[in-house]
Every structure is written in C-alpha cells, then in structure tokens.
Design a protein. Structure first.
Length: 208
C-alpha cells in the first residue's frame, strides 16, 4: 500500500468534511436530538458520498463527473428546497424523538438522507472536480482504491470526532438550550438554502 497516498487522501477527506456548513449542522442536530449513533451514521452517509466522488476522480470517470457538474444548478435547487424543508422542521421544533418507526430516525434513513444531500451539494462536486488533475498520476486500481478509502477514512474521522464532542457537550445543555440550538440551526439552514437559490437565479439572469 502507498502510505504517502493514503495519508494524503485522509487529509483530503478531513479537508472536505471539516468546514462547518449545512451538513455539519444537520449532523449536530441529529446527534443532539436522536443520539450519537444516529449522528455517526448520518456522518457515514456524508463520508460515503465524499468517497463516491473520490472514486469518480481516481478511477478516471470524467464523463460521469462532467454530467454531475453540468447538473449542478438543478442539484443546487433541489438541495436548497430540501434544506428549507429540514430547516423549517428544526425551527418548528420537530425533533423526531418518537418511536423507532419513522425512517428518518433509522440508520438507513439517516445514511440515505446524508448521502443524497451530499451528492446534491455542488461545492462537493466542484471540490472533487478540482482533484481530478492531482490524481491523474494514479496508475493502478490499488492506488485508486487506496485514494478513495483514504478520503472515506478522513471524512469519517471528522464525523466521529464531531459527534463525540457534541455528545460530551450535550450533558451540560438544558432541554431549553437544545431547543434553541435546533431553532438557530434551522434558521441558518434556511439561510444557506436561500443563498444557494439566489446564486442560481443570479447566474441565470446575470444580476449585478
């Protein structure tokens, strides 16, 4: 195994996962209101999407990546409306704390929603489009697998640390404080979504 490539790809996974954005806020709220295990599975869905884009880069599937990049505007619109829906739910205090029945609280639901939202995130598409040139020197399938696995490991490491930190911090929070965290997070998510929609329409109509 190429140790240098593995370390580099782990660092890349950390780099793409660490910035605080909509997915981080969703992971934090799931961890607070549903539990660390659910938050960790949600993070795994994000890491799997990062790994998917890394695999597209490392295996040279440029055609498919270009299709995804070209669909960026539509994906951004879809992702924005999903974020608005989730943000409104947080603002209204819908924490989904009931019985294990709702799929949104199940491991499968957490993983699938995180995976889909991350795939629909244009910045993620552009980030991994930018690494195509840097991984063009990968000459074997083993190197490509190493690169993709490293990205997943680095991203997953971030979500493991984040959910652990949130779980430890939650012990000092009252129910009221957790509720306000949810409401503020919901407003921030709606803000991210509105900015995304504005950027789409600004590009279409060439607003100054």
């Amino acid at each position: 195994m190429d140790l240098a490539l593995l370390v580099t790809s782990i660092a890349l996974g950390l780099t793409v996962a660490a910035p605080i954005g909509p997915m981080s806020l969703l992971c934090i709220n799931r961890t607070l209101h549903v539990g660390r295990a659910n938050g960790l599975v949600f993070g795994a869905g994000i890491a799997a999407a990062d790994c998917t884009y890394a695999a597209l880069a490392s295996f040279g599937l440029v055609g498919l990546s270009n299709v995804l990049a070209d669909a960026g505007q539509w994906l951004k619109i879809l992702g924005a409306f999903l974020l608005i829906y989730l943000g409104v739910g947080l603002v209204r205090g819908r924490r989904h704390l009931g019985a294990p029945g709702p799929i949104r609280n199940s491991g499968l639901g957490a993983f699938a929603s995180a995976y889909g939202l991350t795939l629909a995130n244009p910045p993620t598409i552009l980030f991994f489009a930018g690494v195509f040139a840097s991984v063009a020197t990968l000459s074997s399938g083993i190197q490509s697998v190493t690169f993709s696995a490293g990205v997943f490991a680095g991203s997953m490491l971030w979500w493991a640390v984040l959910t652990l930190f949130v779980t430890k911090s939650a012990r000092a929070l009252t129910a009221g404080a957790m509720a306000w965290i949810g409401r503020v997070s919901g407003l921030v998510l709606i803000g991210f979504a509105c900015y995304g929609l504005f950027s789409v329409f600004r590009g279409v109509y060439y607003w100054d």
